[in-house]
Design a protein around this ligand. Structure first.
Ligand SMILES: [Zn+2]
Length: 284
């Protein structure tokens, strides 16, 4: 089927009292594997592109990426969503919208609250004309390597979240409750009490970033307390890298170009094994 609205998939997740998993992908192997496993398990999935990878490394053409995910989604029967991850650049977001992204994240979490509200609302107003959903971030989800100490000031406050959602009209909001991007130095402890309060104070689906390395028991609780979108990047990238490394190491004595053509199939197999396990958390 055609791409599904991310807001609709998050609504389905909310009704099922669970979360859809959103995987950061850079290419066909990663997007195809996630969609193939989703179809196998009959669960929706979201494919995300992280703009900074494109700024810095030209990993994917943004329009080409959107077209690729659309073509993959057209071949399956389960709902597939396409989402642009963190960007605070209005022009980049608008380009992504024009190029076919049906959901975008505006990250104003490092800005003063008033500015975050003003710009999030502006993006929502424009995106609405294109039937595009907008995720914002409130509080700040930092980087795991920097946040070994809890910084409660950065955590999302329930009353502010309510005010923010009301004032901006966003379709979903990423909350800071103790997760972080990257590799954790020690297992994080989500502030589930705070999550519960945010969930009671707001009506919009909540998003959990920094999903690589959070213990499953905490995730299972978080998914029943308002987290309807769960972002996984680091873990999936690491596995992709490790699988390629392993393949090359295994064949390092050979110099045969056919090995190049066979690599995708090998890597996709590894990714699918991981995805089948990971997506068990998503209880549709
Ligand atoms: Zn994030």
């Amino acid at each position: 089927m055609a791409l599904e609205r991310v807001s609709k998939i998050l609504k389905m997740a909310d009704e099922a009292n669970t979360s859809v998993i959103a995987f950061n992908c850079i290419n066909y192997d990663m997007a195809y594997s996630a969609i193939a496993v989703a179809e196998q398990l009959q669960k929706p999935v979201l494919i995300m592109l992280y703009p900074e990878h494109n700024y810095a490394f030209n990993n994917a053409d943004i329009k080409g990426f959107a077209e690729m995910v659309k073509a993959l989604a057209a071949k399956v029967k389960i709902p597939i969503g396409l989402h642009l991850d963190h960007s605070s650049d209005f022009n980049y977001i608008m380009r992504a919208v024009k190029d076919g992204f049906t959901s975008v994240m505006f990250d104003g979490s490092m800005m003063p609250l008033e500015e975050n509200i003003r710009l999030s609302r502006k993006i929502v107003e424009v995106a609405r004309n294109f039937d595009v959903d907008v995720e914002a971030e409130l509080g700040h989800v930092g980087f795991a390597k920097e946040s070994d100490e809890e910084n409660l000031d950065m955590y999302t406050k329930p009353d502010v979240a309510a005010e923010f959602c009301e004032a901006t009209g966003v379709s979903s909001v990423a909350v800071a409750i103790g997760s972080a991007h990257g590799v954790y130095l020690e297992a994080p402890k989500l502030d589930l009490l705070r999550l519960n309060e945010i969930n009671e104070a707001t009506d919009v689906p909540l998003v959990l970033h920094g999903g690589s390395g959070i213990p499953n028991d905490q995730l299972e609780i978080a998914f029943t307390k308002g987290i309807n979108k769960f972002n996984v990047g680091t873990e999936y990238f690491q596995l992709y890298y490790d699988s390629m490394h392993e393949y090359i190491e295994t064949h390092k004595e050979e110099r045969n170009v056919n090995l190049l053509f066979e690599m995708s199939k090998y890597v996709q197999g590894k990714l699918k094994d991981y995805l089948r396990e990971k997506m068990k958390l998503s209880k549709f």
